[in-house]
Design a protein around this ligand. Structure first.
Ligand SMILES: Nc1ncnc2c1ncn2[C@@H]1O[C@H](COP(=O)(O)OP(=O)(O)OP(=O)(O)O)[C@@H](O)[C@H]1O
Ligand SMILES: [Mg+2]
Length: 299
């Protein structure tokens, strides 16, 4: 079942006790990969019969992962984690409805949505470690096994939300943060297409200059750089206005890898404009301009 179908068919059937049991399982997952049944019972403060009933309902909705050996245990899956976040956002009055997918990718699922006052928004579900879950686990075997997709996805959302809050303060051309819960972010909607998919650009030099100016302004006013800047993370409108999106991997000036990522971000940008529009601009000139070492960029 797709996320849309899950929301349409299952989310609306969820009752407060179902959420209570999911929350109890989530709480146990802080220290276990699977929460033992006794802990579900204890954390939910519901009678045993009720918890059994809720677990079988949730199982029927395909919202749980289960083990029976070496103990009876339950874990959330992506859908139940999504439901917990959506329920919290709805209760907080930040979100009214989830709409169609805008982008389904490796590390995030992005939907449009509506707020209670009828504003169109973007709802981004972070999904870190979805593709190579097994591989991630192998690589990360030195950390506790339960620190998997759930924790990593929440950290990614928290980081992106933190970046957006910093960026909005300097009126950067980035989405406006509206709310965050668990691994989910609600942000302002921008109607445009990814730079990679733009069919025709009137004045590519002008657009490149505008983007470089924005990267410079963000760097000089916040000390942040994007860390994964490319033609996939810039959304462009027909009138040439644009937004730089997708910020969980931002890098601070104070971090040791800062120069590496600054260089890589700007090289990605210049490579795209060179290959697609034949613009040849020196990377070191752009780096000097963005960092404020020079005041002008002649292109
Ligand atoms: N605020 C927004 N307004 C309009 N469209 C957006 C917005 N945020 C994201 N999108 C669309 O959703 C796509 C994916 O978003 P984003 O880049 O933030 O996620 P991602 O982590 O790159 O996910 P993926 O793993 O799919 O690459 C974007 O390329 C863009 O088309
Ligand atoms: Mg992206």
């Amino acid at each position: 079942m797709s996320m849309e179908e899950m929301v349409l068919n299952v989310f609306r059937k969820m009752e407060p006790e179902d959420f209570r049991v999911l929350t109890a399982i989530e709480l146990g997952m802080v220290s276990h990969e699977y929460t033992p049944f006794e802990d579900v019972l204890r954390y939910s403060s519901l009678p045993e019969g009720e918890v059994r009933y809720r677990i079988s309902r949730l199982n029927g909705f395909k919202l749980l992962r289960t083990i029976s050996k070496p103990f009876e245990g339950y874990a959330l899956n992506y859908y139940s984690y999504d439901f917990l976040a959506l329920n919290a956002l709805v209760k907080a009055g930040k979100l009214e409805a989830l709409g169609k997918p805008v982008g389904i990718g490796k590390e995030a699922d992005v939907f449009d949505g509506l707020t209670p006052d009828g504003k169109r928004v973007i709802v981004k579900f972070h999904r870190v470690g979805r593709i190579s879950f097994r591989q991630t686990r192998r690589i990360r075997r030195y950390v506790a096994r339960h620190i998997s997709w759930l924790y990593q996805s929440r950290i990614a959302a928290e980081r992106e939300y933190e970046a957006l809050k910093t960026l909005v303060k300097v009126s950067a051309k980035t989405p406006r943060p509206i709310a965050q819960n668990r691994h989910v972010i609600v942000m302002s909607y921008f109607s445009g297409v990814e730079l990679i998919d733009v069919a025709y650009i009137d004045e590519p030099t002008l657009l490149l200059k505008d983007i470089v100016n924005e990267v410079r302004k963000i760097y000089l006013e916040t000390g942040l750089i994007h860390g994964d800047l490319s033609e996939y993370n810039i959304v462009v409108k027909e009138d040439g206005d644009f937004l730089i999106i997708d910020w969980p991997q931002f890098v601070r000036r104070s971090e040791p890898e800062f120069e590496f990522y600054l260089r890589r971000d700007l090289r990605n940008l210049l490579n795209f404009f060179r290959k697609k529009f034949g613009l040849k601009i020196s990377l070191s000139d752009v780096i000097n301009y963005v960092t404020g070492a020079s005041e002008r960029l002649d292109v």
